[in-house]
Design a protein around this ligand. Structure first.
Ligand code: NAD
Length: 342
């Protein structure tokens, strides 16, 4: 009997529904093409658009549904910025499911202009604490404080994840911090990395301050393999990395815990392009490829990736971010068509 995977799908806000629907179609095509597994999609409501109806961006029904699934494909969501508003859905889900490692692969794609042609690294960002702990206060009018919480436990956990990943790749790991200024918090992070490094003697390590790392990412992006860092530094570095390799429209991310995975594009909801059928769905499609890998459906993950590389390599179907005139649905049709022919 075919293996069945229950997948939660949150379409999100802005361009989210367009890129997620395009991705579900590619997943259906790969399911038909590989043939020995079944994906059971469970659609849930979440995002900014829910607040007016439910009073929250993450209704309880959606949380209950997510808990019964093996993984989540999440579209981008608009984050409310008023101080009293609910925190971002991504941040809530990362905490709720203990998705402690945010994994963002960055690579050069065929025929996509990048800083260098041979970039292939992964940013692993600690996902549960740091400046995203949500502990922010206004002490008195005009005087605000945000707590940057760094624990040895969370640092060890993400370090272990990053070293294992480096062991399966080119065996090189850069760890990024600002320990010269944030001596206590980044001191804890740094020591945790060094302790885990002792268990992986054949992995070469490099220590970088965040300011130098942002510069080196431009200067020698091809030299990196795995980069591990704390939450905010990782957020900034991975957006920079997405641009170094071409377009935010191509960058995918995974939020991994020990028992659950949530997969999403790195980009946000790009509200100005809502409903225009204009943006690139590849970031979300590549996130779905990572999700298939995570579910153990390696062949399906590989076929999606191969189809994306094939379409980009052919250079015919290109969305506006890649200098073309093709639409979101034309891009996903081209990828679907290739998946079906693999
Ligand atoms: P954004 O990523 O939504 O858009 C920035 C620009 O990047 C867009 O104007 C567009 O030019 C380009 N872009 C983004 N996605 C693209 C795609 N698929 N194809 C082609 N070009 C693309 O960033 P923003 O404008 O800063 O944020 C908009 C909203 O999204 C905010 O509310 C923000 O908080 C939220 N956000 C959510 C997530 C998430 O859900 N994980 C991530 C980042 C931002």
């Amino acid at each position: 009997m075919a293996r069945t995977h229950d997948i939660a799908v949150l379409k999100g806000d802005g361009i989210g529904p367009e890129v997620v629907e395009a991705t579900v179609q590619v997943l259906e095509a790969v399911q038909a093409s590989v043939g020995d597994f079944r994906l059971n999609f469970l659609f849930g409501e979440a995002g900014y658009h829910c607040i007016a109806e439910y009073g929250t961006n993450l209704p309880a029904e959606t949380v209950a549904m997510l808990k019964g699934t093996a993984a989540c494909l999440k579209g981008p969501m608009t984050t409310p910025e008023e101080p009293s508003a609910p925190v971002s859905v991504a941040v809530t889900l990362r905490r709720m499911f203990n998705l402690y490692a945010n994994v963002r692969p960055c690579r050069s794609f065929p025929r996509v202009e990048a800083l260098k042609p041979n970039i292939d690294f992964v940013v692993v960002r600690e996902n549960t604490e740091g400046l995203y702990s949500g502990a922010e206060f206004e002490l008195s009018p005009g005087v605000g404080v945000a707590l940057r919480i760094i624990t040895r436990e969370a640092s060890l956990r993400v370090a272990e994840f990053a070293f294992k990943l480096a062991a399966s790749r080119r065996k090189s790991l850069a760890y990024v911090h600002k320990g010269n200024i944030l001596r206590i918090t980044d001191g804890i992070f740094k020591e945790a990395i060094k302790d885990v490094a002792r268990k992986y003697p054949d992995i070469a390590t490099e220590e970088l301050h965040i300011d130098a790392a942002t510069m080196q990412l431009i200067k020698r992006p091809e030299s990196f393999d795995v980069i591990v860092t704390t939450n905010l530094f990782g957020d900034i570095l991975s957006d920079e990395a997405a641009q170094v390799t071409g377009s935010l429209g191509l960058a995918a991310g995974a939020n991994m815990g020990d028992t659950y995975g949530m997969f999403e594009p790195v980009h946000g909801s790009a509200p100005k392009y809502t409903g225009m059928n204009r943006v690139n769905p590849i970031a979300t499609i590549m996130a779905a490829s990572m999700m298939m890998d995570y579910l153990g459906e390696k062949e399906a993950g590989a076929r999606i990736e191969k189809a994306v590389l094939g379409v980009l390599g052919e250079g015919k179907v290109r969305t506006a971010d890649l200098g073309g005139t093709f639409t979101t649905s034309q891009m996903s049709d081209a990828i679907k068509d290739r998946v079906s022919r693999l």
